[in-house]
Design a protein around this ligand. Structure first.
Ligand SMILES: Cc1cc2nc3c(=O)[nH]c(=O)nc-3n(C[C@@H](O)[C@@H](O)[C@H](O)COP(=O)(O)OP(=O)(O)OC[C@H]3O[C@@H](n4cnc5c(N)ncnc54)[C@H](O)[C@@H]3O)c2cc1C
Length: 292
């Protein structure tokens, strides 16, 4: 299916050129990264921009790097870049794991992590890992720069805190000073190219602290401070895990759609939470690089 209308196309070489164009066209412009979501949205008429601003020539945004105690992931970093990065494998094992479960190699070669959180479709795979790691989204516009904590980024299904004249330059993730380990669980109808029916991320930190986030089971992915408080205060035991699983009923709000019923999502999210928690605890106790 072709895109059934005309639009202008610009490919700026620098961040300054890109934000100037965005400042000029505002809500009539769309940033183009990998295009895996945007091309479909334009074909279906869900997005009808006057101009596409293709950012792929802005090489500084292809980078994954450590800056002091933060890991920075540029807005052109694809899911396969994440998979190839030793830094991600060593420092953000949960994101490495989630990236490997996104679609297929072909899609992962083009799809960026930043495009994923800008599309903000509830079933996205990068949200739970970024939520448990308390990532910060960095934006730029002709009015200046903003740093938005990921907890404030997702406003509704497909709606984020970004303004019409802003683009995302990178995401920063603070690396905990002490030992930590994460685990990600994704449920899909079949292995391979499918969106998640439900997903769970768990991060185990030193001093018996836990971060827990859920995706695909409500309009926006979210962290549950309630479940975290329970685990932080009572520790991990068979009883607390059962208590936390019961609590999930009050935390998530799954719907029935073509991919699963709400009852199945609710049941399986509890199962996946337990698997993710146990796996993260195991990795915390016996750290080793994951390969899958
Ligand atoms: C067949 C298929 C299977 C898929 N399977 C999965 C899956 O299993 N899991 C999953 O999570 N996702 C999946 N996806 C969706 C995933 O490919 C996208 O969400 C992707 O990550 C978006 O990145 P992109 O670079 O392609 O963004 P684009 O399509 O270029 O852009 C997406 C949106 O983000 C905006 N945008 C992009 N970059 C910026 C920026 N720097 N600043 C401001 N706005 C920006 C664009 O304007 C657009 O609105 C799948 C897609 C396809 C086609």
């Amino acid at each position: 299916m072709a895109i059934p209308y005309e639009f202008a196309y610009e490919r700026p070489e620098t961040a300054e050129q890109a934000i100037k164009l965005l400042g000029k066209y505002g809500k009539n412009a769309r940033i183009l990264a990998g295009g895996t979501d945007l091309a479909n949205q334009m074909k279906q008429g869900f997005r009808v921009p006057e101009i596409l601003i293709d950012i792929k020539n802005i090489k500084e945004w292809e980078v994954i790097k450590m800056v002091n105690n933060e890991l920075h992931i540029g807005s052109l970093v694809t899911f396969n870049d994440l998979r190839k990065s030793q830094l991600i494998r060593e420092k953000l094992n949960i994101l490495f794991e989630a990236a490997g479960l996104v679609a297929s190699t072909g899609v992962r070669n083009r799809a960026t992590m930043v495009g994923n959180i800008c599309s903000a479709v509830a079933c996205m795979d990068s949200a739970a890992p970024l939520l448990v790691h308390e990532a910060v989204i960095h934006t730029m516009s002709i009015d200046g720069e903003r740093a938005i904590p990921i907890q404030q980024w997702f406003i509704d299904n497909r709606k984020t805190a970004i303004q019409d004249n802003e683009l995302v330059t990178h995401v920063s993730i603070p690396i905990p000073e002490k030992k930590y380990a994460g685990a990600y669980q994704k449920m899909m109808r079949y292995s391979g190219e499918d969106l998640s029916q439900s997903n769970v991320g768990v991060l185990v930190l030193s001093d018996n602290k836990y971060h827990v986030a859920f995706g695909s089971v409500g309009p926006i992915p979210k962290r549950s401070l309630k479940i975290e408080n329970l685990l932080n205060t009572k520790g991990i035991s068979k009883e607390t895990i059962e208590e936390a699983k019961a609590m999930i009923e009050t935390v998530i709000a799954p719907i029935t759609d073509v991919r699963a019923t709400k009852e199945y999502r609710m049941h399986m999210t509890k199962v996946m939470f337990e698997r993710a928690l146990k796996s993260a605890v195991e990795r915390f106790k016996q750290p080793k690089l994951i390969t899958q």
